[in-house]
Design a protein around this ligand. Structure first.
Ligand SMILES: *[C@@H]1O[C@H](CO)[C@@H](O)[C@H](O)[C@H]1NC(C)=O
Length: 214
């Protein structure tokens, strides 16, 4: 360690230390009690103190880095900018209207899907935030004879019924209705927040995750 080397010349005030001397002096440092002169004793103590301080400083820096990483995880949004977190999901409310296909493509470009709700709280949240707009969500079906499905093709559990005979679902002030793919609506995207995405895999402390996992 550079600390040791830097301190060594002091041990040999008459000249530069020889390689052999370095070894014997280090040996003596571990036998402080047997030290021959007070000067060497204090010098060894000095070296040990410097090393101790270095180790303590290093561990402080390391633990600060860990704390910072945890802090980043907790303060850095679980959701992207301009998305709204609710439960374990992030939601995006569109600024303009479009057809269902375009809306879904927009969401997918944000690594999301047209909105999915998995419980009544989420549905109520969407109803509240959509205000008076009609908004496309991620439910569709092959025909009025088929079951409603989410964008990942899992079946809708009919938590609340969907009105109409069309194939694409949207939220309105009365609940959920259906319309044709080309009609123009606002839309809502959703995705799991960044914590929940990580929690789907067995827990790995954040400082072991690759940088781009965030
Ligand atoms: C949806 O909108 C996009 C962009 O405006 C348009 O290119 C596309 O043809 C539309 N698709 C349908 C099915 O209406």
């Amino acid at each position: 360690m550079s600390v040791t080397k830097a301190s060594l010349p002091m041990l040999n005030p008459t000249g530069s230390p020889q390689e052999g001397e370095v070894d014997t002096l280090q040996g003596k440092c571990f036998k402080i009690i047997c030290s021959e002169s007070p000067a060497k004793f204090y010098c060894c103590c000095g070296v040990i103190m410097v090393l101790t301080v270095a180790v303590v400083a290093l561990s402080v820096v390391l633990s600060a880095t860990k704390t910072e990483q945890i802090l980043i995880k907790n303060t850095y949004a679980a959701c992207p900018r301009n998305w709204i977190g609710f439960g374990n999901k992030c939601f995006y409310f569109s600024e303009y209207t479009s057809n269902w296909t375009f809306a879904q493509a927009f969401c997918m470009a944000q690594e999301a899907q047209l909105a999915r709700f998995d419980n009544e709280e989420e549905l109520n949240f969407l109803m509240r935030l959509k205000a008076n707009f009609d908004c496309w969500i991620g439910l569709h079906r092959e025909s009025s004879q088929h079951a409603w499905k989410w964008t990942d093709n899992t079946e809708y559990n009919n938590m609340i019924p969907i009105r109409g005979e069309e194939r694409y679902a949207y939220l309105n002030n009365n609940g959920i209705s259906s319309n044709r793919i080309y009609s123009q609506r606002m839309w809502i995207c959703s995705k799991l927040d960044s914590y929940s995405l990580h929690c789907q895999t067995p827990f790995i402390p954040s400082w072991h995750l690759p940088r781009d996992a965030f």
